[in-house]
Design a protein around this ligand. Structure first.
Ligand code: UT7
Length: 332
């Protein structure tokens, strides 16, 4: 019997501070009507305070996850954190989280795949379980986007927010869990969505700080066109190669970048809005955090055996989809 990796718990965390569209109106030349109609976003969360990095989000999510799944942190074999806003360039944020939660027997690393990061990390993690190498792996998707957003740039600051979540993966011999994964990269997309300075190519200088090159640059309409096409294509492809029709899919779990991209993906899959997880209105785009935040928000509606399609598109360009069967009923 083939061993599969199944999600046996999900937990997420967002900071308390709410930055709503009204407050953004006082910061840049924008308005609630434009933001709502163009993106679907009403508010987003911001992590405030000194020394508060993405590891805070990851740590809170993992602590809650360990508690609700009744898991001893010392049993964790591996922690993977998907993020583009690590606490520091090194060490990995996953290492900091592992230390914070007492995962003493785990090794850990970060992966950088922007908004598709959670899909990449989940795919990698599932392989360690399928081979029998590990029994308990935690995958975190979290970003403190406010740390790399220019709050004078109305084309990006209205989109992003802070938050994230984590899932526990364990082996199963039932026909549940990660069934298929389809991931793509196109490095030529780097020109349209990136953070110019702060890496080895252009280390920080007074000039780079003055020019605000340490924040997200996005050519929005180009990224939008790619996102609409690629997220819809990859979702349709994973359905086709697993002989899934719209009626077989219980939920689409889409990256929350723009409601119009989500609608286009659902339309292409032939799926109605009642089957689409949506929380962009309250959190905005939390990059690697959106997918676990959706699973957490909708956890009480998920049933064992439900077919889920997770799909994302983001910086890189990176994009992909995962077909998974949910592992448990709401009241375990
Ligand atoms: O998650 C990672 C991947 N990222 C994405 O998937 C994001 C993809 N892109 C988008 O979601 C959209 O392109 C945006 C939400 C970023 C922008 O929406 P858009 O419909 O593509 O707007 P646009 O950039 O074509 O701009 C339309 C107009 C422009 O004015 P003119 O030139 O038509 O007079 C902009 O200057 O809207 C203006 N505009 C704004 N107006 C009010 C741009 N930003 C704002 C704003 N408030 N915040």
């Amino acid at each position: 019997m083939k061993k599969r990796a199944v999600i046996t718990g999900v937990h997420a965390w967002v900071p308390d501070y709410i930055l709503d569209n009204k407050e953004l109106e006082t910061m840049v030349d924008t308005n609630d009507e434009w933001i709502t109609s163009r993106t679907g976003i009403k508010e987003r969360r911001i992590l405030k305070g000194e020394n508060q990095g993405t590891s805070v989000i990851g740590t809170e999510a993992v602590k809650g996850l360990l508690e609700k799944t009744n898991t001893n942190p010392e049993e964790i074999d591996l922690i993977i954190c998907a993020t583009v806003t690590p606490d520091m360039l090194f060490p990995a944020t996953a290492n900091i989280v592992a230390d914070n939660v007492g995962a003493k027997n785990s090794y850990s690393f970060d992966i950088s795949a922007a908004c598709s990061g959670f899909l990449y990390a989940l795919t990698i993690a599932s392989k360690f379980i399928e081979t029998g190498a590990h029994k308990k792996v935690i995958v975190i998707g979290a970003d403190k986007m406010s740390s790399i957003v220019n709050y004078q740039d109305r084309t990006t600051c209205i989109i992003f927010g802070d938050g994230g979540g984590a899932v526990l993966l364990e082996p199963t011999e039932e026909s549940l869990g990660i069934m298929d994964s389809l991931l793509h990269t196109d490095g030529s997309g780097a020109d349209f969505l990136h953070m110019r300075a702060g890496g080895s190519r252009k280390p920080a200088t007074l000039e780079t700080v003055k020019n605000r090159e340490h924040s997200v640059f996005q050519e929005g309409s180009t990224v939008f066109k790619f996102a609409v096409t690629k997220m819809a294509d990859v979702s349709a492809e994973i359905m086709k190669r697993n002989q899934l029709e719209a009626k077989d899919v219980a939920w689409l779990v889409p990256h929350q970048a723009n409601k119009r991209i989500i609608d286009a993906t659902a339309n292409r899959m032939g799926i109605g809005p009642e089957k689409v997880m949506l929380n962009i209105e309250k959190y905005g785009n939390t990059t690697a955090g959106t997918l676990p935040l959706c699973l957490w928000d909708y956890e009480s509606q998920l049933k064992k055996g439900d077919n889920l399609i997770l799909a994302a598109f983001g910086g890189g360009f990176t994009w992909g989809a995962i077909y998974l069967k949910w592992g448990y009923d709401p009241q375990r």
